[in-house]
Design a protein around this ligand. Structure first.
Ligand SMILES: *Cc1c(COP(=O)(O)O)cnc(C)c1O
Length: 495
């Protein structure tokens, strides 16, 4: 029996996994969710003997049941290879009483690589399985991390093209260099003179532009999304929580069946939802600790049962978590409503119309798996400095938010469960904030000077992704007005 996916809003027909991956968002605006939750078929003790790729196969085959074993293995082998700088793919580092699950050893040194290195393969396989001949064109607006990870994932993948728009004056120097030096004839990177919202709005308009879609279909193209609402990004993230537990068991840090806690620095709610799904399929996880930065809309939601995006948006040192609408929370809402799409659709309507919604007491009771906390900018810097002073281990600001929240939770709850902290970015990607936290003051050195100093401070060699940047030639130099985005898409596809 194939696993079936349905929209959280109930207004779209049920689809297989490969169809859900091709579509990204359901046609009614909802997110695809599995209609039943599978269970791991291997014991934790069996899993503890497996490599990352073998673990990935076990987890992916539970959810992506309309792919054959050969198809899944081919996707996994193409994704988790020497693009990662360690055989372990996701190493676990013990520091100051917690276990940091390093998810930043891929091509772009942030955790988006964990899913975006396999998504292109899952998507082109899905196109083949469903008899789709069109070339897939991925359109993405990025505030920095997602764009580069999607570019690296889709570069030179046959049957795909990828176009990324970024705010010319709204990303860090390292982030911009990472994108404009991207290789691959099927890649296109465009700076726009507007901000991230302008880029996002422009991309959404193109997705909804029926005339453009028809014109492109005539040329053999169809648009798709590599955004984190795609179930093809969520499922690969369940793998590393399963792997982390198995690793703790293999190394004797826990007994078989002993429950662990997981702390996740959260923005769009994709990463922590994957941990929730890991728990559902049978990984012995107790608490899921949701860590927010100053944009603490999720913390307030867990505290009060009200989600309210009507508040000031704050730019922080953990920019990938600067988000007021956590898209993937919709999947959790659906599950705590008892898999009720009518309730979910109504709440999401409230969110669109008034920017807020309230959940019932019964739904709140189903949130007992979760705890939450948040870190201010001072807390975040303090967490980086403290961990460095105690252990010499250096973490990035996103991971530091989780580290702070974990320490606070452990101190106030007296819960001594072993804790895995999702470490979502390499500190080298955010060298300015990291060095400021360690030095206690801002610096006027340029980004690459700071990166070298960080390398000396942390006693960690520069990742290849950073070394390459210093000499990589610029391959993309188009800058356009927001109004001309569509024009640029046509121009690239007509080449
Ligand atoms: C995307 C991102 C996050 C947030 O993850 P979500 O799945 O959106 O909650 C945290 N840290 C880093 C470095 C990221 O790139």
């Amino acid at each position: 029996m194939d696993m079936i996916y349905r929209s959280t809003r109930g207004g779209a027909k049920e689809v297989t996994a490969s169809q859900a991956i091709l579509q990204g968002l359901a046609p009614d605006g909802g997110l695809y969710v599995p209609t039943s939750m599978p269970k791991l078929t291997k014991t934790m003790s069996e899993l503890s003997q497996m490599t990352y790729r073998e673990t990935a196969f076990e987890v992916l085959s539970l959810f992506l049941t309309d792919y054959t074993a050969e198809e899944l293995k081919a996707c996994i082998d193409a994704a988790y290879d020497s693009k990662f700088d360690t055989e372990e793919i996701a190493p676990l580092v013990q520091a100051d009483g917690a276990y940091y699950l390093e998810l930043f050893h891929g091509a772009t040194i942030a955790f988006k690589d964990m899913a975006l290195s396999i998504l292109p393969h899952l998507m082109t396989t899905a196109a083949r399985k469903n008899g789709i001949k069109d070339e897939i064109v991925i359109l993405t607006a990025t505030s920095g991390d997602t764009g580069k990870a999607a570019l690296a994932g889709f570069a030179d993948v046959p049957g795909t093209k990828i176009i990324v728009f970024y705010p010319k004056h709204g990303v860090s120097a390292v982030q911009e260099r990472q994108m404009v030096t991207q290789k691959g004839d099927n890649t296109c990177v465009i700076g726009i003179t507007g901000n991230f919202d302008d880029a996002q709005t422009g991309v959404k308009k193109m997705f909804g532009d029926a005339e453009l879609a028809a014109e492109l279909a005539g040329k053999g193209y169809r648009f798709s999304s590599a955004n984190s609402i795609n179930i093809g990004r969520l499922v690969p993230q369940i793998v590393y929580y399963t792997y982390a537990y198995a690793k703790l068991l293999a190394e004797g840090h826990i007994a078989d069946g002993e429950k662990i806690n997981v702390t996740v620095p959260t923005g769009n709610f994709g990463n922590i939802l994957a941990a929730y799904y890991a728990k559902k399929i049978g990984v012995p996880i107790d608490k899921l600790i949701c860590a927010s930065n100053t944009n603490k809309v999720l913390f307030d939601f867990f505290e009060t049962g009200t989600y309210d995006r009507n508040r000031e948006f704050v730019l922080t040192s953990s920019p990938s978590m600067d988000i007021l609408i956590s898209s993937n929370l919709e999947r959790l809402i659906y599950h705590i409503a008892g898999d009720d799409s009518a309730v979910t659709a109504a709440l999401m309507k409230n969110l669109t119309e008034g920017g807020r919604y309230d959940i019932t007491g019964e739904m709140r009771a189903r949130l007992s798996d979760f705890c939450s906390g948040y870190a201010t900018e001072e807390d975040t810097a303090e967490a980086i400095r403290t961990l460095y002073d105690r252990t010499g281990y250096v973490i990035d600001p996103h991971t530091a938010v989780a580290s702070f929240v974990y320490r606070k939770y452990a101190a106030s709850s007296h819960d001594a469960a072993r804790t895995v902290i999702a470490s979502t970015a390499s500190p080298f990607k955010f060298a300015r904030s990291v060095m400021a936290a360690i030095d206690g003051k801002a610096s006027d050195e340029d980004d690459f000077a700071l990166i070298d100093r960080l390398s000396a401070t942390a006693n960690v060699a520069l990742p290849a992704a950073i070394v390459e940047l210093k000499t990589a030639p610029v391959r993309h130099d188009i800058v356009c007005e927001t109004a001309d985005m569509k024009q640029e898409v046509r121009r690239f596809l007509d080449r």
